[in-house]
Design a protein around this ligand. Structure first.
Ligand code: 13P
Length: 247
C-alpha cells in the first residue's frame, strides 16, 4: 500500500504577522511538493494564513480545539469556528498540552471526536517521556494513549492522522533513530489494524527534532508516512527541504 506522505509544520507559540507572510511566501515559492503539506499556526494568525495560502497546495490547521461544541468555555476555540475558515487539520493531544494543560487521554479523544464532527482531520499525538522509555514503558504508554481515541471514535478512527512524538526528542535535537521510530510506528499500525480494516491507508507521522538531514532516513521507514515538524518548520528553506525529502 502506498500512502502519500504528509509533512505538517507545527509553529507552536511562534510567529508574527509580517514574518508569517514572508515564511509562507517563501514556502509557496519552494513548492509545489509531491508530499501533502500543511502548517498549523497559532489561532490569531489562522485567518491571515488562510488568506496567504489561497490557491496554494499547502493546507493549514490549528494546534488545538475544544472538546465542546460551544458555550461557556472561556478561552477555548471550537472546531466549528475553525471549520468556518476552511481549516483542514487540528493537532490534538500534543505532549506540550498533555504536560502543561493536564490533558487526559479521554479529553484528547473527545477533542478528536469534536474535530471530526466538523470535518477537520485530527492529528492525534502520542509519545512517551524519557523516564517511560528508560523503564521499558514505551509500548504500553503509546498503546494506552491511542486506545482511548480508538474507543471513542470507533469505526471513524480511520479518518485521523496519528503522530508519534517521543517527548524526549521534541526540541532537544535528539531524534529517535529511524529504527526506534519504525518499531513504534509498526506497533501503532498493528493496533489500528485491529480496530479498522482501513488502517493500511492511515498516515502515521513521526515528530521530534526532524531536520532536513535526518528526514530522508526517517521517511524511508515502512510505517513512517511523513512528519510533524516543530522548530524546523519556522525556517522556509529547512521546512521545504523536509517536504522534498518526503517526495
Ligand atoms: P521539534 O521539531 O522542534 O522537535 O518539535 C516537534 C514537535 O513537537 C512537533 O509537534
Amino acid at each position: 500500500m502506498t500512502r502519500r506522505k504528509l509533512v505538517v509544520g507545527n509553529w507552536k507559540m511562534n510567529g508574527a504577522r509580517v514574518a508569517n507572510v514572508e515564511l509562507l511566501d517563501a514556502l509557496k515559492q519552494a513548492g509545489p511538493f509531491v508530499a501533502e503539506t500543511a502548517v498549523c499556526a497559532p489561532f490569531p494568525y489562522l485567518a491571515d494564513v488562510a488568506l496567504s495560502l489561497q490557491g496554494a497546495e499547502i493546507a493549514w490547521g490549528a494546534q488545538d480545539c475544544s472538546a465542546h461544541e460551544s458555550g461557556a468555555y472561556t478561552g477555548e476555540v471550537g472546531a466549528a469556528m475553525l471549520a468556518e475558515f476552511g481549516c483542514r487539520y487540528v493537532i490534538v493531544g500534543h505532549s506540550e498540552r498533555r504536560a502543561y494543560h493536564a490533558e487526559s487521554d479521554q479529553l484528547v479523544a473527545d477533542k478528536a471526536k469534536t474535530a471530526l464532527a466538523h470535518r477537520l482531520t485530527p492529528i492525534v499525538c502520542v509519545g512517551e517521556t524519557l523516564a517511560e522509555r528508560e523503564t521499558g514503558q514505551t509500548d504500553a504508554v503509546v498503546k494506552r494513549q491511542l486506545s482511548a481515541v480508538i474507543h471513542t471514535l470507533a469505526h471513524c478512527i480511520s479518518q485521523v492522522v496519528v503522530a508519534y512524538e517521543p517527548v524526549w526528542a521534541i526540541g532537544t535535537g535528539r531524534t529517535a533513530t529511524p529504527e526506534q521510530a519504525q518499531a513504534v510506528h509498526a506497533l501503532l499500525r498493528a493496533q489500528l489494524k485491529a480496530a479498522s480494516e482501513k488502517a493500511g491507508e492511515m498516515k502515521i507521522l513521526y515528530g521530534g527534532s526532524v531536520k532536513a538531514d535526518n528526514a530522508v532516513a526517517l521517511f524511508a521507514q515502512a510505517d513512517i508516512d511523513g512528519g510533524l515538524i516543530g522548530g524546523a518548520s519556522l525556517k522556509a528553506g529547512e521546512f521545504a527541504a523536509i517536504c522534498r525529502a518526503a517526495g
